[in-house]
Write a protein that binds this ligand. Structure first.
Ligand SMILES: *Cc1c(COP(=O)(O)O)cnc(C)c1O
Length: 352
């Protein structure tokens, strides 16, 4: 008879060594910790008035998300054969590592899921520290590409949690040097002043672009997508689970793209607020914010834990990044009212 104590020994060592991803639900008045949009851009009746969806809940959703592909292809000026949707871009990261394998190279600090998923799949994650300006350290990146021949390189640009874009010429050098796939994760591209890498897809066949609707007001839907050469799309599509995008998400995402003007206006409101918040943070003594191309700002303080707890006491939740970048915290850009509450609360804690 098997004992309870033996159960964990059945688990593959790479999985046993992992820690489950904790998205702690801390109750708060102002939630600025997860890079979500403060705005839900669609009135609920827009989605739930769609009788076709609600009357066919007994049927599986469109396995290919055809309508969604068509609408996105048009908006992005690509063909629908160059697109693949995932249950969030997280799922696509899973599929990419399943399809191409490792080693999986990424600069650090960055989005944690590249490393977590690589390990879950038994592939080797290789993190290379960013340089002092949070840009790619080219000597080290190119050395690893030569020595370890990574099958996949993940570049989050703009990068989470630092907020900056990597220099385009450095990204290009990585793409040119790599014998594997280079994924430019553009989760925050809508907030950036740079055009992103979509226009370069034609010229670089090993390039894959990753985007998501999560940061622009649709986090609950879990809709991410990748754009790449049809050959790559077809290979990744083989490991995709059927019906990975549920019917309500497909319908709501389609409404989202139809209402692009509303969504874009909200994005502009957020980037305007980002500039205001940056100036306000820079004006505070003991606070050093870093310029951001995303919907959050990284800043340094003397004692992040004290600030974190002090803010939480006033109902404001942000992210303590001290363990990732010494003295750093990350605040998501909220609505104007939320940002003002945050700044006032921060000032209070600093003056204590
Ligand atoms: C939030 C985030 C994602 C995940 O997005 P989902 O589509 O919600 O899974 C991917 N990459 C980066 C860099 C992110 O910050």
């Amino acid at each position: 008879m098997m004992k309870k104590g033996d159960l964990s020994k059945l688990v593959r060592p790479n999985v046993r060594a992992l820690k489950a991803y904790e998205a702690k639900e801390i109750p708060c008045r102002v939630k600025l910790d997860a890079n979500e949009s403060p705005y839900s851009p669609l009135p609920p009746e827009k989605i739930f008035s769609n009788k076709d969806v609600l009357c066919s809940l007994n049927r599986y959703p469109d396995p290919e998300a055809k309508a969604l592909k068509k609408a996105f292809a048009k908006a992005l000026k690509v063909t629908d054969k160059d697109l693949l949707f995932g249950n969030g871009s997280d799922e696509l990261i899973y599929y990419l590592i399943t399809t191409f394998g490792g080693p999986v190279l990424f600069p650090t600090p960055t989005f944690v899921m590249y490393g977590v998923i690589a390990q879950a799949l038994g592939e080797k994650p290789i993190g290379v520290p960013l340089d002092a300006t949070f840009d790619l350290d080219m000597d080290r990146m190119l050395a690893i590409i030569k020595k370890d021949k990574p099958k996949l390189v993940f570049l989050s640009s703009p990068n989470n949690p630092t907020g900056n874009c990597y220099s385009a010429d450095r990204i290009l050098k990585v793409i040119e040097a790599s014998k594997g796939i280079v994924v430019v994760d553009e989760a925050y591209q809508p907030f950036s002043s740079s055009r992103g890498f979509l226009p370069l897809l034609k010229d670089y066949k090993n390039l894959i672009i990753l985007r998501t609707m999560s940061k622009i007001g649709f986090a609950a839907l879990r809709v991410g997508y990748m754009i790449a050469d049809e050959i790559l799309i077809n290979e990744v599509n083989k490991v995709r689970l059927p019906y990975n995008l549920n019917a309500l998400s497909q319908t709501a995402a389609l409404e989202g793209i139809k209402n692009k003007k509303v969504v874009d206006a909200r994005i502009r409101a957020i980037t305007d607020e980002r500039e205001r918040l940056f100036d306000e943070l820079a004006a505070l003594e003991g606070v050093t914010p870093f310029p951001s191309e995303a919907n959050f700002i990284l800043f340094k303080v003397t004692d992040p834990e004290k600030i974190f707890q002090g803010l939480l006491k006033q109902g404001v939740l942000i992210k303590n990044m001290d363990r990732v970048i010494g003295h750093a915290m990350r605040v998501t850009i909220g609505s104007r009212a939320e940002n003002t509450i945050f700044i006032d609360a921060l000032e209070k804690v600093l003056n204590k």
